[in-house]
Design a protein around this ligand. Structure first.
Ligand code: FES
Length: 242
């Protein structure tokens, strides 16, 4: 076990104790997982700052493992506030809302909770859609909505303004929320996850291919102290939009 993995173990034990404490108080299972922090940079290693990100933009970075992709999204407007969500195990948790001066910065695991479609270098079926599009909700009603994450594999839709809750499709739980922090210099850090996650299944199925893409030997290697965020439009050669 290396130093970062040991740090994660300690942080997870503390988070677990906090979750149990919260559960005892509220009767709900607070689903929080602390991981070693990583600071986001651009491809040249320059710290990525909130004010550098265009409104409506999305980036791909990897966290908490070097092989597990996430979206960093600057929304068009601040979300209304936190959202009460439930993972597939029935655990309830509260999404923390946006970060940054205007609370428009959010991040989610970029792994669809249906069959784990995700951005890969050749192609991505899972993408953030800033502009409005017509959708059909689970109850059959049609709406025009913006700021969605769509998975064109089997058409799951997540609402990026509501903690990536599932609006439509076969996805079984919200995308895992990434907890963001912004330090005194304005640099963005990922510091943990909130909600159910499927990292074990993902590493088992896609870890080897992802580690080859990332040029590392161990698929379960945790993110380094810094991680590169790449504009989603250039991360994958082809983005499938639906
Ligand atoms: S993998 Fe995303 S909808 Fe099936």
């Amino acid at each position: 076990m290396d130093r970062r993995q040991f740090s994660h173990l300690c942080a997870s034990l503390l988070a677990g104790a906090a979750a149990l404490d919260a559960a005892a108080t509220t009767g709900k299972q607070a689903s929080v997982d602390a991981w070693p922090a990583t600071a986001l940079t651009d491809s040249l290693g320059t710290p990525l700052r909130f004010q550098d990100l265009a409104i409506g933009s999305s980036h791909v970075f990897h966290y908490p493992y070097r092989t597990t992709p996430c979206f960093l999204i600057r929304l068009n407007a601040a979300p209304d506030g936190g959202a009460s969500l439930t993972d597939r195990a029935g655990n309830q948790y509260t999404w923390q809302g946006g970060a940054g001066d205007d609370q428009t910065l959010v991040a989610f695991s970029a792994i669809c909770t249906h069959k784990m479609s995700h951005p890969a270098k050749p192609i991505s079926h899972l993408n953030f859609r800033s502009n409005a599009k017509q959708i059909t909700k689970r109850d059959g009603t049609r709406q025009t909505r913006a700021q969605l994450i769509t998975c064109c594999s089997e058409y799951s839709i997540y609402d990026a303004t509501k903690g990536a809750e599932v609006i439509n499709g076969p996805a079984t739980q919200p995308l895992t929320s990434i907890v963001l922090d912004i330090n005194a210099d304005g640099q963005i850090l990922a510091t943990g996850t909130r909600g159910g996650h499927i990292y074990d299944e993902f590493l088992q199925k896609f870890g080897l291919r992802q580690s080859m893409e990332q040029g590392i030997a161990d698929p379960s290697q945790l993110a380094d102290a810094t991680t590169i965020a790449v504009p989603a439009a250039t991360y994958s050669k082809q983005q499938i939009l639906c």
